[in-house]
Design a protein around this ligand. Structure first.
Ligand code: M6R
Length: 609
């Protein structure tokens, strides 16, 4: 939800800011802008559309200056237009500000500022902040920012420059991520660390209600009351090369194909070949008091929520603990029953999803211990949880989540085994048997990927269909939801996922001879039930696409198209069946000529409610 970057140093800031924005474009891409400070004048360039549009414009008018801020937008208040694009300015154009988040009390503040004679030009909530700074300024930008923060309600990360304060950026955060890059002769600020990594590995994750003043060689952090705070500088270990396409046409396909090696690497880390137990050492699980846990609640959004649903099956199966799964946006506004024997598990790739973060805060406020499963180390949810299990998916750049989903499912499977062992419910022979099968998963995933042409043919046959239905049962029910989400968010084809047993209670009315139904039917306890539901579709002339276990002849006889996956333990089958679903969405989307890495209206990191 919007990416912000700022640079103050000795080099020309424009290319540095644009490169940072390129790394943050996953956060929003409906318009972009940049403001450069040169002596006491500020040069602003904004453009509607993706960053490439701003880039082309900058080739014609390149602003000069060694201090500047930039923004890539995901619209909340006001349509994507040049006037609504950031940076925003005050009445005299002396201050320029970029913002990520939502100012909830902007209507009342705007009226107050209008009454004082301020003139507004945009429809955004952001503009009130830069006018507030103008109002509060008396020669010190940091102080003006702190005074303004005290008036704001909502979530924000800001960076602001002022014509009267050369070589200075002031930034602040409350609820939206912000990281300071501590360089040599320069300092940066950005929505995430990837945007500063070309310049420094030393970062400060700004705390909520803190503001920072950055000069070329100095930085001062203050809390909202104006007290100076010692910055906590950390070294980051991310690799820039992991954030490139590495010869693939899109990030999404690169990330899909990374899944076998990702699973192999996680297994090597979590259950090294000589080990008989699962190694969660870095997670500090002992802080959770696991011995007294009698119940689990999971909070997450989107794809992470589908992974939570798979995790529910795992924890109930192997650890015999009751599990509830909630979408975070519902959890935070109902009145959940949380007792001191409840463990809340929050799952998030980015670790910044606003609803999930609010769920974590709410759970802790009610006295629960929170364990988070996170991909991005140092993210807000990581830092605010009692314990964190990293899923180690590596940087996921495509807006549609693929490898992070697999990594979340794997982490949940390992967690369920760990809890089962700890609770004395999973005997060693059974544990060894499932781990043995788990070690075969990377090879089996690779063979599904090697078969990608079969999925491509399927995509070719059905890419014109206006609707799709996805059906699954048991461990593969969440994958039905995930398959539908992948297809709709990328290709804009309407798709629904449904528990196969639920189909007859409504969705079956949709079926006719134009309607493709993707059925997840790997071998397992519910296979026969799945076959019956597929017969019901066939009887209504629906088009059956099956994802089934290799060697299944029954499916070949009954379905329009069959995609095979190797045999595995049924609990592990979602790790295999999800790959054709990801590939199907990818191929249908590319066949339609759509932007697979940056679908319309979406952003990867949803830091607003
Ligand atoms: O970063 P998170 O895992 O918390 O993100 C949650 C969802 O926003 C995310 O999974 C979203 O649904 C993706 N677009 C799915 O591909």
């Amino acid at each position: 939800m919007c990416g912000i970057v700022g640079y103050v140093g000795k080099e020309q800031a424009t290319p540095i800011i644009i490169e940072g924005l390129r790394r943050l474009e996953y956060r929003g891409y409906d318009s972009a802008g940049i403001a450069l400070l040169n002596a006491s004048s500020i040069h602003v360039v904004k453009e509607v559309g993706k960053l490439s549009a701003l880039r082309s414009r900058l080739q014609k008018e390149s602003p000069v200056g060694t201090t500047g801020i930039g923004h890539t937008r995901w619209a909340t208040h006001g349509v994507p237009s040049e006037v609504n694009a950031h940076p925003h300015h005050d009445c005299t154009r002396s201050f320029m500000l970029v913002h990520n988040g939502i100012i909830e009390n902007y209507t009342e503040l705007r009226q107050e500022l209008l009454d004082k004679g301020h003139r507004f030009v945009s429809e955004t909530d952001t503009e009130v902040v830069v006018h507030l700074i103008e109002e509060n300024y008396s020669g010190d930008l940091l102080r003006a920012m702190l005074s303004s923060m005290r008036r704001l309600k909502g979530a924000y990360a800001f960076a602001v420059i002022a014509a009267h304060e050369p070589d200075t950026i002031v930034a602040a955060r409350c609820g939206s991520p912000l990281v300071v890059g501590v360089g040599n002769g320069c300092n940066l600020v950005a929505s995430d660390a990837s945007a500063v990594l070309s310049h420094t590995r030393r970062v400060v994750y700004l705390e909520d209600n803190h503001a920072v003043r950055l000069g070329r060689d100095n930085l001062v952090v203050c809390d909202i009351a104006g007290n100076e705070v010692e910055p906590n500088v950390k070294e980051i270990t991310l690799n820039l090369s992991d954030m490139e396409k590495a010869g693939h046409p899109h990030f999404m396909i690169k990330e899909i194909f990374e899944q076998p090696s990702l699973v192999a690497d996680v297994l090597m880390r979590r259950i090294p070949p000589t080990s008989r137990e699962i190694d969660f050492q870095e997670a500090r699980l002992q802080t959770l008091g696991l011995d007294r846990i009698r119940r689990v609640m999971m909070v997450s959004c989107g794809t992470a929520c589908h992974a939570s649903m798979v995790g529910k099956y795992y924890i109930e199966e192997f650890a015999r603990l009751p599990v509830e799964v909630d979408v975070a946006s519902e959890f935070r506004y109902r009145n959940p029953v949380i007792t001191d024997d409840t463990l809340v598990i929050a799952i998030s790739q980015s670790g910044e999803t606003a609803d999930t973060l609010a769920g974590v805060r709410e759970a802790r406020r009610r006295g629960a211990k929170v364990l988070s499963l996170i991909n991005v180390e140092g993210s807000s949810i990581d830092r605010e949880s009692d314990a964190t299990l990293y899923v180690y998916a590596g940087p996921e750049i495509a807006v549609a989540s693929t490898k992070a989903y697999t990594a979340q499912i794997l982490a949940l499977f390992l967690l369920a085994l760990f809890l089962g062992r700890k609770r004395g419910l999973l005997e060693e022979p059974h544990f060894r048997e499932v781990v043995k099968e788990l070690r075969l998963i990377p090879g089996k995933m690779q063979s599904v990927l090697d078969n990608h042409e079969v999925v491509k043919i399927c995509a070719h046959k059905f890419s014109d269909a206006p609707n799709f239905l996805y059906l699954g049962r048991s461990y593969n029910y969440p994958n039905a939801l995930e398959g539908a989400l992948k297809l709709k968010e990328l290709s804009y084809i309407h798709a629904e996922g449904c528990g196969a047993g639920e189909m007859k209670h409504g969705p079956i009315a949709l079926i006719d001879d134009t309607f493709p139904v993707v059925c997840l039917a790997p071998a397992g306890r519910v296979y026969e039930k799945m076959v019956s539901n597929m017969q019901e579709i066939r009887a209504r002339r629906g088009i059956l696409i099956a994802i089934a276990t290799e060697g299944n002849k029954e499916m070949a006889a009954q379905c329009e198209h069959v995609i095979s996956v190797p045999h595995t333990h049924e609990a592990l089958s979602p790790l295999l069946t999800v790959i054709p679903l990801q590939l199907l969405a990818y191929y249908v989307t590319t066949m339609k000529g759509l932007d697979v890495d940056q679908p319309r209206n979406l952003a990867k990191s949803v830091t607003v409610e």
